[in-house]
Design a protein around this ligand. Structure first.
Ligand code: SAM
Length: 331
């Protein structure tokens, strides 16, 4: 099918694709094409893109897979709906309400037959313990929980039963990477398998990224991912408690704090060491302003000022709670 597209050099393609997606200009019904030099990104008719050559080309259509709900919902108790599922690599992770648990095998098999790229289906019983690991059980497909996921051109190996990883933060990681300037030093305080660190190393030009985690299994996967993506000269993975590690690292241009139930407990440490703090917290909707006030006070206890550069809701957690992301300037 013919479509309008932009031709971009290969090395810029992922960045442009993301931008097109964010601006809702990307045509997701068509497959991106490439040759040795250029990547051709199909865009919607009428797109007016500054500084880019627009041309028309033929594109293959993306085949729509059958919706797993069409396969399974007729066989379930009337009116019960299955929510959508996350995909990490070739593993689908589904949350099931109590009344559907006895149907988990059928549901898993429906997902496998509707999505050929999925090889394992896991049931998610929520995130548990200090390492923020999910309690997952394989309900269909191969009996494994390790997989290889791709995010913004980075390969991320992860065992979802042993370490935390969420594909839902991909846009957030891209956003933070764009804040980082050439030569910046970054501390990823609660790095997990190091997705923030890896995306920053891939999309920006930091001089150093320190990826800290207390979970030895997360550290094992973070180290593997750094090696696999060839960022050993940029990212240093450190096993330990951020409270003990950060003081030895000196000052950083950016500190990422993705430990959303307890980030605030580590904030004064971050305020002593960082210029811009990327702060995540799961919080009651009506307590957000109160939290910023509290953080300002904590910064002032360290002899610093804090300005909220930007904040946003990055996910909902419960009817009353949301996950927020905030970029905080410390000066
Ligand atoms: C919510 S996960 C975030 C992982 C990663 N940043 C991501 O976006 O996928 C939080 C991580 O913090 C780690 N953690 C918890 N307490 C810590 C501490 N005191 N010092 C360092 N890491 C810690 C956990 O093991 C877990 O991997």
């Amino acid at each position: 099918m013919e479509s309008l597209c932009i031709a971009v050099p290969r090395e810029k393609a992922e960045k442009v694709r993301q931008e097109m997606m964010e601006k809702k200009l990307l045509r997701t019904d068509l497959k991106i094409r490439h040759d040795g030099q250029y990547v051709y990104i199909p865009v919607v008719d009428g797109a007016d893109i500054k500084d880019a050559a627009l041309k028309k080309m033929d594109f293959e259509e993306v085949k729509k897979e059958k919706n797993f709900r069409e396969l399974i919902e007729p066989n379930l108790p009337g009116g019960v709906k299955i929510s959508s599922f996350d995909v990490i690599g070739d593993i689908a992770i589904v949350r099931l309400p109590e009344e559907l648990i006895e149907h988990k095998g059928k549901i898993g098999n429906a997902i496998l037959s509707a999505h050929k790229s999925i090889k394992v289906v896991c049931m998610d019983n929520g995130v548990v313990d200090d390492y923020r690991v999910r309690d997952v059980k394989v309900i269909a497909g191969e009996e494994r929980t390790e997989t290889l996921h791709k995010e913004h051109g980075v390969k991320i190996k992860v065992d979802i039963a042993k370490v935390y990883y969420s594909p839902r933060l991909a846009t957030e990681r891209y956003r933070i990477a764009r804040y980082v300037k050439e030569g910046d030093v970054v501390i990823d305080m609660f790095a997990g398998v190091a997705p923030f660190s890896l995306i920053i190393a891939k999309l920006s030009r930091p001089s150093r990224v320190y990826a800290i985690d207390i979970n030895p299994v997360a550290v094992k996967y973070a180290s593997l991912n750094v090696k696999e993506n060839k960022f050993g000269n940029i990212i240093e993975v450190i096993e330990g408690d951020a409270r003990d590690v950060v003081p030895s690292l000196g000052k950083a241009d950016h500190i990422i704090m993705n430990l959303p139930h307890s980030s605030h407990e580590f904030f004064s440490l971050a305020a002593r060491h960082g210029k811009i703090i990327h702060y995540y917290e799961i919080i009651e909707k009506n307590r957000i302003e109160e939290r910023f006030k509290w953080l300002r006070k904590e910064a002032s206890n360290q002899g610093k000022k804090m300005d909220v550069m930007h904040w946003r809701i990055v996910g909902s957690y419960s009817p009353s709670k949301v996950k927020i992301g905030a970029d905080l300037l410390i000066h």
